[in-house]
Design a binder for this molecule. Structure first.
Ligand SMILES: Cc1ncc(COP(=O)(O)O)c(C=O)c1O
Length: 380
């Protein structure tokens, strides 16, 4: 009997049935009155829940959302500061440099974070038009203290605060208004638990003002001003909206509202800490420093003697698909996603499969140990 495969990579995450039902609906015209109403309600909900002035739901991936944030905030010759905690922080550098934007970078050792006073000292050196930070860098499993950075940035009101929430939004607490974020973005396939294909970008009033001051920008598809009329009234047209994905995201938002945003953040936190303790109990270590660990994924470092390719192939046979390490950590760790619409059954099955894969890899495993740790942690 073949095991059902649980997709426990850091995105795409498992899609629940009610979301798949929306994906499977017969596609209607984008001028269909029912669809237009659904799209409009979705944008309003997203704006309210993340306390933003505007929200854009576009066809594209997280990388496109990065480009949208950049295209609408800065122009060639501007200065930006990239605070990088890994592979995805670094991705901004290429995006900025291709546009002729002068880019300074603060890079952390993987698994660690740049101290806030170091960011502040850098910002005092010259005027930066924007700063970018990745809330959770998927390559390292570290989370940045975006609320404290937002507080510090009040001293630099002309610097736009851009946060990459691709591996955090809907799993980690985020609010544009409360945290002073100017642009936040994510993609559908992570903690929203929707199939890949949607980029979601929130903007505050300062960001919209900056866009206006840039006048005509070179990009058309990425331009806030092209899409704003559609986000306010989806009966209007600029590019064909991904109808079924929009329905699927609407269902995800319904699930989030039913659970409660705060309750969802608490669930992610409690599950993550329990999973991390369970994995440490099996002899793995975790790349991110303890106080920096994300709640959406864990980067699990192998004990001596485990071959990554073989281990993850066995784990997949046991029913759990995980992702490889990136950069210098390729072969040294696996990345385990635990975000979105996942339940206790999924987590218990995942930990049990990891135990079986360890056993089959020649490790002396006490069966049930990690499941026991997880269960005793979450039942407290
Ligand atoms: C933090 C972060 N930013 C950006 C991206 C890029 O998103 P996408 O793969 O949807 O283009 C990813 C993808 O995993 C990510 O984890």
């Amino acid at each position: 009997m073949r095991n059902k495969k649980l997709v426990m990579i850091p995105g795409p995450t498992p899609t629940v049935n009610s979301i798949m039902v929306q994906m499977g609906r017969e596609t209607v015209s984008f001028k269909d009155a029912g669809f237009v109403k659904d799209f409009k309600e979705l944008v309003i909900d997203l704006k309210d829940m993340w306390q933003a002035e505007e929200c854009f739901v576009l066809s594209g991936t997280g990388t496109m959302a990065m480009e949208v944030a950049v295209a609408n905030s800065v122009k060639s010759g501007d200065n930006v500061l990239v605070v990088s905690h890994g592979y995805f922080g670094d991705r901004f550098i290429d995006i900025f440099e291709r546009r002729g934007i002068k880019t300074d970078v603060l890079s952390a050792e993987w698994g660690k974070a740049i101290p806030i006073n170091q960011i502040e000292a850098k910002l005092k050196e010259k005027h930066y038009h924007a700063i970018t930070i990745t809330h959770v860098d998927t390559s390292t499993g570290t989370r940045s203290d975006i609320a404290r950075i937002g507080e510090m940035l009040k001293k630099f009101p002309d610097t736009l605060y851009i946060v990459d929430g691709v591996c955090s939004t809907a799993g980690e607490r985020e609010s544009l208004k409360e945290m002073g974020i100017d642009i936040l973005f994510t993609a559908s396939q992570k903690a929203f638990g929707v199939s890949p294909g949607l980029a979601i970008i929130w903007a505050g009033s300062k960001a919209m003002e900056r866009r206006k001051n840039l006048k005509t920008i070179a990009d058309s598809y990425l331009d806030f001003e092209k899409w704003l009329p559609i986000m306010h009234d989806p009966m209007k047209y600029y590019g064909t909206p991904p109808i079924n994905l929009i329905w699927a995201l609407k269902e995800s938002v319904r699930i989030i509202k039913e659970e409660g945003l705060e309750e969802r953040f608490e669930r992610h936190l409690k599950d993550a800490r329990a999973i991390q303790k369970a994995l440490l109990g099996l002899g793995f270590t975790i790349l991110a420093d303890e106080e920096l660990r994300a709640v959406t994924l864990t980067n699990v470092v192998y004990p001596e003697g485990i071959d990554d390719d073989k281990f993850r192939a066995i784990l997949a046979e046991e029913g759990v698909v995980t992702a490889n390490g990136l950069g210098a950590y390729s072969g040294k760790l696996f990345r385990l996603g635990h975000m979105g619409n996942i339940d206790k059954h999924t987590i218990v099955s995942t930990l049990a499969a990891i135990e079986r894969a360890l056993y089959r890899s020649g490790v002396d495993v006490q069966f049930g140990k990690s499941v026991g740790i997880y269960q005793s942690e979450i039942m407290q």
